[in-house]
Ligand binder design. Structure first.
Ligand code: CA
Length: 320
């Protein structure tokens, strides 16, 4: 029996690669793709999702969702992914059309129709928060919610305190992290260092000589340069595909543990910070006053992944 996946995405270049990994995985059925404003404007993200689906020859409904965060203005990341989110390669418009239904309704109905669903979120959590707010009961139908987002106990990529997906819509993230969803948090730091796809590995991917392999590299053209500027690391950083690898094969995770995680929404300095109670100080009677508001269930925080295994999952999805 294939596992059912619902993917929420602000489709830019690394999202596109993550979509390919799921759409091409033999044991997974992608039952829907919901699109949210994030790295690029909603309309562009929808076009990119449709294009990624078409490249895979897949037939999956794509739903447009929220055009802006719950309480803030959009903040796109075109400087990172290119003005079209896909490396400015002039990809043609997909022939496929968006499904009529709104993404928030689609999340609710899909969760009801596919109990045990795996939800994978690759963008700001606006759509998911809206769905939970409207129908809190859906969380029990989701067996795993793999979230690409946050920067547990380390630096962020928008501010020193915050990672992009959470920073863009911290109010939505707070709703989702305080819900009873079975969250597995795949932070941005997991795409750094050896997890970057280096020059040799990019050549290896090109050598696969498939349209998906070429696309995976080309659509990240701007992101590769932006990664060098942002982190000083040379290579293709792929946070969304790493989250997808965790969703596809939990064996990719080498180290994870369960913690209270709260999202900062009040401060501008630390807006969107994922505050991880790594030492379980909330469980200490002496700190009860500070943490009395803490009602969320624990979140599984991924600390370390098997880099070789994640890359093998990537290569596999790009082969003929
Ligand atoms: Ca994304």
């Amino acid at each position: 029996m294939p596992r059912d996946f619902l993917i929420d995405t602000d489709t830019a270049s690394d999202d596109a690669v993550a979509l390919i990994m799921a759409l091409r995985h033999p044991d997974v059925r992608v039952v829907g793709i919901t699109v949210v404003s994030g790295n690029v404007a909603l309309e562009q993200a929808c076009a990119n999702a449709l294009y990624s689906v078409e490249l895979c020859g897949a037939n999956v409904p794509v739903y447009a969702g929220e055009e802006k965060p719950l309480a803030r203005e959009p903040a796109y990341a075109e400087w990172f992914h290119g003005c079209d989110g896909l490396g400015e390669q002039n990809y043609p418009a997909a022939k496929g059309k968006l499904h009529q239904q709104h993404a928030v309704d689609a999340i609710i109905e899909t969760a009801k129709a596919f109990p045990g669903l795996t939800l994978v979120t690759l963008g700001p959590l606006t759509n998911v928060a809206m769905a939970i707010r409207r129908e809190p009961g859906i969380v029990k139908n989701v067996s795993r919610c793999v979230v690409m987002g946050g920067n547990p106990c380390c630096e962020g990529n928008v501010t020193p305190a915050a990672e992009y997906n959470i920073w863009v819509d911290p109010e939505a993230a707070a709703i989702v992290f305080r819900s009873r969803l079975a969250i597995e948090m795949v932070g941005w730091q997991l795409c750094r260092g050896d997890a970057n796809v280096n020059a040799r590995e990019m050549n290896l991917i090109r050598g696969l000589d498939t349209k998906l392999a070429r696309f995976a590299i080309d659509c990240n053209r701007c992101a590769i340069e932006a990664n060098r500027v942002q982190t000083g690391e040379v290579g293709m950083a792929l946070p969304d595909p790493i989250a997808m690898a965790v969703a596809l094969d939990p064996g990719v995770v080498l180290e994870a543990s369960d913690h209270h995680v709260e999202i900062e929404t009040m401060s501008e300095l630390t807006r969107g910070m994922t505050v991880v109670d790594r030492l379980n100080v909330a469980g200490d009677e002496r700190n009860r006053g500070v943490w009395s508001e803490m009602v969320s269930r624990k979140v599984r925080v991924v600390w370390r992944i098997d880099v070789e295994q994640w890359k093998e999952l990537l290569y596999r999805s790009l082969r003929a």
